[in-house]
Write a protein that binds this ligand. Structure first.
Ligand code: C2E
Ligand code: MG
Ligand code: MG
Length: 558
């Protein structure tokens, strides 16, 4: 039979003619000699554009070598199967299972190629793989993939023991944002966060979304300890910059924790546990539900956003409430109490914004501002001849925890020219209870600067007498809830009397807070309480009004 007849007879074979898989017949040089009717439908090429061209010229380069090997084997009489990518005539990539089958005839050897289209199957399996290991919203790898990657890294670094870092990142109070702005905005924010994290990474670094508001990173730890801290700082800084969502600037609160292989753990569980443990301890989940909840969340978010601008816009003010020495009726000092003059809400009391300021960390700059303002103002009044006034400033738990608290306070005292002996810082029992040794160290340092410490709202926390003996404080401020009930409740009266007596023995000064009536004052006087503060004397006053009070008290002061 002549070659042309061989081809005609091959093409007429029912299997070839009727197959829904594309089939081609190649000559010994790998050139396409004939194709079945399914080919144009499957590949997008008309017969004429395929004939007499080599089959490999249609394959993606990475498959050419494997195909040539299979073709060569077929020429030796051996069939084989392999997978290959083939570009459709319209340009899209297709996946095929290629069966390479030798056919021997009178005129020599030909090779059948049967192309089984696997594109859909392949895409489906790729998609399943992707879904199994990736987060659909952000496209980042997920918790499972992170664990696989972490395990792989631990194995890879086992011999060199080179350090790498595991960083866990949690977006705090994220629920408030989704509750107030809606889930779309929440999704958008998560995508923005993931883009910022991805943009940060270099090739061998890894970032995953571990849960709805949690991300994790893996990267080689910079060699110098300082650079490692800087790296964490810069991630934090990048994530806490405002996000523009639907034309609104949103600020996220981020908690981060890190662990370093092998120092903090040599296995996955240890590393993840240590990274989680180093996240700051306060947790501020504020889950609000329903319409009312949504309004509250929206309100809260608006408040937080306004709060951020308030310092720059000069909306804070310090009010001063006088403190009197009971047995002389002398004005000896004052407590600085912050107020926020909101452009629409009017005067906002600390009770309404201090918790939000605490959670967002804004209390740190606000607290610093109050301290500076109170020191400047007190110095001014002292210079005006109003005597050796003592000013009390409230410290928040966040401020108290801050690493460089002492340095910050010292700087403010020095810059304002304030006499440290006239400055008193108010802490609460819960702050003092946090980490006894650290607290004592901090308070000792403050004491060495000449600054006095008073324990605010005494009696409402978990006071321990053991504590009182150990920590260096100068003053107890009896909480107003006890004073309020002195006249009506014998227990409160007994508690107040006991606190005063105890303080006397411990050589601590006592101030009664929230003194509202002459009766209260009389009782306190009988108990020999040192000082009092409350509406009976005066409400907290703005600077000008407090100055009038000072003027009125001048005769007793000088
Ligand atoms: P605090 O330090 O215990 O301050 C005393 C609070 O009792 C003040 O409330 C004061 O206005 C109020 N008060 C004073 N005398 C009386 C009285 O006779 N009767 C009644 N019912 N209340 C009286 P304010 O100014 O609303 O402050 C509330 C709390 O906010 C403060 O409690 C303090 O914990 C916090 N705070 C105020 N200013 C600052 C600040 O600059 N920084 C920080 N971290 N916290 C502050
Ligand atoms: Mg106070
Ligand atoms: Mg108080």
């Amino acid at each position: 039979m002549r070659f042309a007849e061989v081809l005609t007879s091959a093409a007429e074979q029912p299997l070839f003619a009727m197959s829904t898989d594309a089939m081609l017949l190649l000559d010994s040089k790998g050139c396409i000699q004939t194709v079945n009717p399914a080919v144009p439908g499957v590949t997008g090429y008309r017969q004429t554009s395929l004939l007499h061209k080599t089959f490999v010229s249609f394959l993606e380069p990475e498959h050419i070598c494997a195909f040539s090997k299979g073709f060569h084997e077929a020429m030796q009489g051996q069939a084989s199967t392999q997978q290959a990518q083939f570009r459709h005539a319209d340009g899209h990539m297709q996946f095929f299972e290629l069966r390479i089958i030798p056919w021997t005839h009178d005129a020599g050897r030909l090779v059948y190629i049967v192309m089984k289209d696997m594109t859909e199957l392949k895409l489906a399996s790729q998609m399943i793989h992707h879904i199994a290991y990736h987060d659909t919203l952000t496209g980042l790898s997920n918790r499972t993939m992170f664990q696989i990657e972490l395990t792989r890294r631990i194995a890879a670094f086992a011999s060199s023991r080179k350090p790498f870092s595991v960083v866990l990142i949690q977006l705090d109070r994220f629920q408030i944002i989704t509750d107030s702005l809606g889930h779309n905005a929440g999704d958008l924010l998560i995508k923005m966060v993931s883009e910022r994290l991805e943009g940060y990474l270099s090739d061998d670094e890894h970032v995953s979304r571990m849960g709805s508001n949690e991300f994790a990173m893996l990267y080689a730890t910079p060699e110098e300890a300082l650079r490692a801290v800087e790296k964490l700082d810069s991630i934090y800084e990048r994530l806490t910059r405002p996000y523009q969502v639907h034309g609104e600037a949103i600020y996220l609160q981020v908690r981060m924790g890190s662990a370093q292989y092998p120092r903090d753990g040599e296995d996955m569980t240890g590393l993840l546990r240590n990274a989680a443990m180093t996240r700051s301890v306060e947790c501020a989940w504020d889950v609000v539900q329903g319409t009312e909840g949504r309004h509250r969340a929206a309100d809260r978010l608006a408040l937080e956003n306004d709060l951020r601008k308030a310092l720059d816009r000069g909306e804070f003010e310090v009010y001063y409430q006088p403190q009197y020495e009971i047995h002389t009726n002398r004005l000896t000092g004052m407590e600085a109490l912050v107020r926020w003059r909101h452009p629409e809400r009017g005067l906002v009391t600390p009770g309404e914004f201090i918790p939000a300021a605490e959670e967002t960390g804004l209390i740190i700059p606000i607290g610093e501002w109050v301290l500076r303002e109170a020191c400047e103002q007190t110095k001014r009044w002292q210079d005006m001849g109003y005597g050796k006034l003592t000013v009390s400033v409230n410290l928040s738990i966040r401020q108290f925890r801050k690493m460089n608290l002492i340095g910050d306070i010292y700087r403010i005292v020095r810059e304002t020219g304030m006499d440290p002996a006239c400055l008193e810082l108010e802490i609460t029992e819960s702050m003092a209870m946090e980490d006894m040794n650290r607290v004592i160290r901090k308070l000792e340092e403050l004491k060495q600067l000449g600054i006095r410490i008073s324990m605010d709202d005494f009696g409402t926390g978990y006071s321990s007498l053991h504590y009182l003996k150990k920590i260096p404080i100068h003053k107890l401020k009896i909480d107003q809830s006890f004073i309020r009930d002195i006249a009506s409740d014998r227990d409160s009266a007994a508690i107040v009397a006991t606190i005063i007596a105890m303080a006397r023995h411990l050589k601590l000064e006592v101030v009664a807070e929230g003194v509202e009536t002459a009766e209260d004052l009389l009782f306190l006087k009988e108990q020999q309480c040192g000082k009092a503060q409350g509406y009976f004397f005066s409400k907290p006053l703005p600077v000008k009004e407090f100055e009038m009070l000072l003027q009125a008290s001048r005769p007793v002061l000088v």
